[in-house]
Design a protein around this ligand. Sequence first.
Ligand code: NA7
Length: 538
Amino acid sequence: MTALPSTSEKDSEAYDAIVVGAGFGGLYMLHRLRELGLRAHLIERGSGVGGTWYWNRYPGARCDVESVEYSYSFSEELQQEWEWTERFASQPEILRYLEHAAERFNLYPDIEFNTSVVAAHFDEIANHWQVQTDKGAYTAKYCVMATGCLSSTNIPDFPGLESFQGTTYHTGSWPHEDVDFSGQRVGIIGTGSSSIQATPVIAEQAEHLYVFQRTPNFSVPQGNAQLAPEKQAAIKADYKGFRATQRALGFACHHPPRQQSALEATPAERTEIYEQWWQKGGLSFLGSFNDLITNAESNATAAEFIRQKIRDIVTDPEVAEKLCPDHYVGCKRPCADNGYYEAFNRDNVTLVDVKAAPIETFTTDGLKTTAASFKLDSVVFATGFDAMTGTLDNIDIRGIDGLSLKDKWHAGPRTYLGIATTGFPNFFIITGPGSPSVLASMTVGVEHHAEWISECIDYLEQRDLARIEATLAAEDAWVKHVNEVADMTLFPTCNSWYLGANIPGKPRIFMPYIGGFPVYEAKCREVAEQGYEGFKFA
Ligand code: NA7
């Protein structure tokens, strides 16, 4: 064990479990642990619950999964009483929902806000975790990281940034008060999901919006609309059945893929089918055919369909061409928009290609690319996150023999089931690397993990066991399997945050598990039924 910096163990408050993060995962984890009769304490760096939906308050922020699916299923009362207003919920509505859930299950008394966990060290003699925050220290037998997949913001190291006199924002840590861009020259850097959602909204306000694009992305119109009360009532009439169907599908979302290869259809049939799925809206477009993420030739037909849509929507052919991606559809996280491509038809929106002419430096009043200078009042960094591992890397986590998690993962994250990692007993990760996480509806994933972890903890408590740890053999086999499955798809072929490719120096490893949620769930069930196969106890 390595000693923690400031507080001695006798000053530490003792709990059965510490949970870190008050998003969907952490809140439900806390609820489950309390139901087991354990003393659990949740630590959250924000001033409120919500996780992703607490931090990402940028204009246009909205979920890409339908609201009736992107919600808790564990409480029939909750799912019956909550009324969603839109097909795809906006950030404020999801935040209200989580605040309601925290209230409803009386979670607030066990949450400590405005507190950051700085270290967590395993004490091998006491068999517990010493958790150090910026406010104090705790000990707990179990430590559950519910820190989210996209919670460590990335601001690239642009020269001269400190000299910029205007205002800067990051989409993932947006101010709580309204931001008014009226009359301003605004630059938005990045063209991933966040920018694709924010661009049309900022364009309506700003005097001029410059969109700095390094790599164009595929986006499909989301087709958001008010959610008809009859439709919601019909789902609620058999919510259990609706959820069961959802959990049985690969991405744990409705709209399963059509069971046909894109190559089996004639060009005319293909276009008709793509058009139908384009009209359905959103990420389900990838289900138009069942081989779009595995077959390059099939994928090329979908890519060309979307590129043609971009050319149809964007009136300036040169701008349209710049907006056309040349990677496979879906290998970078696909996007769903509400008027993204249309925004480039506005006189006050300019697309700036920073692949052709990269950003050279920020200046006091804007930025310079290798081709031109731009005067800007505000800059929005829509430059993404150090995904899946960034937040864990930022905490000094040490397991057996003082091994640090960051060092253990220096060549890429290694887990068993995405939940546990060898050398770190009684330590659990919700939707960690190696779990379906961002490739399945997050709410399904976090509920599954919170249930699996709480059942595992109950197993230990019932048997008076001091600790559980994944074996190296089980971890090796899981890591191998995760990679093999990823290599059967087109996912590893382009520079995405799934691979850590957006962060300079980060090892290039495909982090989520793409074998499908039902396969993963079955594996986790089997592991538990076999007395936690692949784990050792002490
Ligand atoms: P993303 O999807 O990681 O997008 C970040 C964008 O920022 C992307 O277009 C990057 O271009 C761009 N970027 C990053 N660094 C730079 C530099 N140095 N110069 C120019 N452009 C840069 O993050 P989002 O927040 O949009 O979305 C994250 C997830 O949230 C999303 O996938 C959903 O799951 C919800 P690149 O493609 O790397 O060339």
